[in-house]
Design a protein around this ligand. Sequence first.
Ligand code: ADP
Length: 449
Amino acid sequence: MKKLLIANRGEIACRVIKTAKKLGIKTVAVYSDADVNALHVAMADEAVHIGAAPSKESYLQSQRILDAALALGVDAIHPGYGFLSENAAFANACAANGIEFVGPPTGAIEAMGSKSAAKAIMEKAGVPLVPGYHGDNQDPAFLKQQAISMGFPVLLKAAAGGGGKGMRQVHSEAEFDNALAAAKREAMSSFGDDLMLVEKYLTQPRHVEIQVFCDKHGNGVYLFERDCSLQRRHQKVIEEAPAPGMQADLREQMGDAALKAAHAIGYVGAGTVEFLLDVDGSFYFMEMNTRLQVEHPVTEMITGEDLVEWQIRVADGEHLPKTQAQLQIKGHAFEARVYAEDPNNDFLPATGTLAMLETPQESRFVRVDTGVREGDDVSVYYDPMIAKLIVWDENRDKALARLQSALRDYRICGMTTNLTFLHALASHPAFAAAELDTNFIHKHEQRLF
Ligand code: ADP
């Protein structure tokens, strides 16, 4: 690979460019009207304008991105996360034009694109699933009967869902019909597809996900787990690795199950298998994300590996850089997602100009992945994430102290942010005690706001 186009923006585009530079690969950025002066454009060797500010008219314009890649003699395209990263048609179009898509084969993207189809494949492969119904029968009375027989509460989920959309908890038979109709409406308007699955709703699970990596020669390894239980409305807020209290044998079982999932679909590259871990230690497959995840840096911090470098090497046909036996966990890492949003107003996205931006001092303990500088705008067009603050230390307590102090050192003027909220979370005694489950924020609301 000599020249790589990054079909993305913001922090992840900058992140990919950094590693490409380290490997001596030339980089091409793409940008919209809103991003003419963006950091990722400044960092890349070349940059191509691809359209107006709304993503539909720029970062989701696969043909324009392909045209730019062909015009500039690009060998490969890195899709980052979001946008076109899980778009099988785009991956296919890259291949048809002789461009390497840095990601899994089209078939693997398609297999995991629907939560119901994915569950069917995993069931066959012997990966444990959240109990539920994931078939094609969408008759409301039939689905209600399924819910009754698994017992309330249940969770309705859009098969095409993502970002927590098209999901509804249902606590009783009486609520079922309205909840189903509402979830279907939301799924149709967000994804153009209202196929629903019904799952047993686990009341106090942890979200534990396994990072897997496979090469084109049939080898696969797992780079351990991340605990992403700290969520607000099913969206991750603070992630950490390793998962507190994780026993070696459970880690191995989950790692093996994740690899089984990856091999079942002929996986290549970086992937994440998400599980719910129940209080009794049972774990259940939820979904597989066929791309690099936002929270990949915590895995990098505890393994010392550069996952973007791994992606590029694997895309280039190399063998995995390490075997399972060569991979080890060292220390503990946290990632906090710094957002332009208002915690005191239902987390409404905020916009504005970063009039002052003081980031914590970076070191081997503190890393800041960002796509913005002082003076830049956070616009209405894209996800309002300002940065990811990542910290590492030799154990969880020390790493948590680093997270608290780095959050205190962060100063952002010009817009409302969630920094105070993140600090309150990081300082909460129950978080220090690692009393984690996906309802943590809801449960401790009173002390957080
Ligand atoms: P999305 O793709 O929309 O993010 P996921 O299927 O990944 O949806 O689920 C997101 C979050 O919702 C999980 O991390 C977990 O907190 C919660 N969740 C999903 N399924 C269940 C379930 N069966 N029981 C309890 N919580 C669940």
